[in-house]
Design a protein around this ligand. Structure first.
Ligand SMILES: NC(=O)c1ccc[n+]([C@@H]2O[C@H](COP(=O)([O-])OP(=O)(O)OC[C@H]3O[C@@H](n4cnc5c(N)ncnc54)[C@H](OP(=O)(O)O)[C@@H]3O)[C@@H](O)[C@H]2O)c1
Length: 329
């Protein structure tokens, strides 16, 4: 029996990690096409920090609770749902509401637990894989034999992007702050660049015989934008998924014309559920087999109980983590 109420984490007001407050709310009811998940683990993502600070509001139809990915058990089905079935152990992309004991989600955004996975590792998959798939493969059109530069290579998105691109036959470069994080990127198969000690543009030019890379996945922005454009090869694609160092830049666009570059980017959360369902189907077909083979595996840095979400956010803000931070419920 599903209880009437649940424990969740609310954002009491915009602010620091201390505004994350345990609260009691009604358990959501699955609508048409949705399933209710009893959450066992929920991944933390940097957009959660931005939402908490009040600078990344949830889309109008999404829960106001933080949390973009979960793993758990299906305990109720909305009208018209054929799969997944009751009792199925799954992970799912949610548009909010993951920091809770229960969450309702469109059935098409559920994916099976990969072979041998527990809920913690499975909860670390959806947000980064949907994001990396959409931006590196669908937007960046990275092909086997091409090259990719990933910034923030040691983070949740970064470690996933390196593994996915390596597994799909690309040559991968990754930037990271400090030798320890660079070593992690190298261990995943990237040519690692410690940006505190080296200039990534110079390293890439040198390593590619002056050609540059085909695709860049950037979350830094600011001063990186012009340097990214320098590091791109002819017909290169720059995909922006965040602007940790600012989105307002003054830029000479001449190289965009001369090198026939594409500048693009996206945010995952506000995209239509149909679009996300298409991404889920592509992940099931193209990426889940790579996870089952162990060629892509999340790096879980730390876990915290749900009610200690504040400590989990403090850890992510300290920027010392490698890979993912996960809440257990
Ligand atoms: N557009 C989308 O759909 C979408 C979806 C999910 C996430 N994102 C964005 O993707 C980024 C990565 O998310 P994540 O969950 O993987 O976070 P994460 O694990 O914290 O990784 C972010 C990495 O960026 C680096 N970093 C942090 N602050 C920085 C700063 N001020 N300047 C430069 N580098 C900085 C850190 O690496 P070093 O210590 O090595 O510098 C860190 O490892 C976030 O900005 C997030 O908002 C976008």
């Amino acid at each position: 029996m599903t209880p009437a109420t649940m424990t969740c984490i609310e954002i009491a007001r915009p602010g620091g990690p201390e505004v994350l407050t345990p609260a009691t709310r009604p358990v959501p009811r699955p609508g048409r096409g949705e399933v209710l998940i009893k959450v066992a683990a929920a991944g933390i993502n940097r957009p959660d920090l931005l939402q908490r600070q009040g600078v990344y509001p949830p889309p109008p139809d999404a829960s106001d609770l933080p949390g973009l990915e979960v793993a758990g058990t299906v305990v109720a089905l909305g009208e018209g749902v054929a799969a997944p079935t009751l009792g199925a152990e799954i992970c799912a992309l949610v548009a909010g509401g993951g920091y809770a004991e229960y969450v309702a989600v469109d059935a098409r955004l559920c994916l099976p637990l990969p072979r041998g996975y527990d809920f913690v590792r499975a909860a670390a998959l959806p947000e980064t894989l949907f994001t990396v798939w959409h931006n590196v493969v669908e937007r960046g059109r990275l092909a086997a034999g091409e090259s990719l530069l990933v910034h923030g290579g040691a983070g949740g998105i970064g470690t996933t992007a390196i593994q996915l691109a390596v597994a799909r036959g690309a040559r991968v470069f990754a930037t990271a702050g400090g030798p320890d994080k660079a070593k992690v990127c190298a261990g995943l198969g990237a040519h690692a660049i410690d940006y505190r000690a080296e200039d990534f543009v110079a390293v890439i030019k040198e390593a590619t015989g002056g050609r540059g890379v085909d695709v860049i996945l950037d979350m830094v922005g600011g001063p990186y934008v012009a340097r990214n454009i320098k590091a791109l090869a002819v017909e290169g694609r720059l995909v922006s998924i965040a602007f940790l160092q600012g989105s307002a830049v003054e830029l000479n666009l001449m190289p965009v014309m001369l090198k026939r570059l594409t500048l693009t980017g996206s945010t995952l959360r506000p995209q239509a559920t149909d679009r996300k369902a298409a991404m889920a189907a592509a992940l099931a077909a193209e990426v889940w087999p790579l996870i089952d083979q162990g060629r892509i595996a999340p790096l879980v840095h730390a876990t915290f109980p749900l009610v200690e979400a504040e400590a989990a956010h403090r850890l992510m803000e300290a920027n010392t983590h490698v890979g993912k931070i996960v809440l257990t419920v």
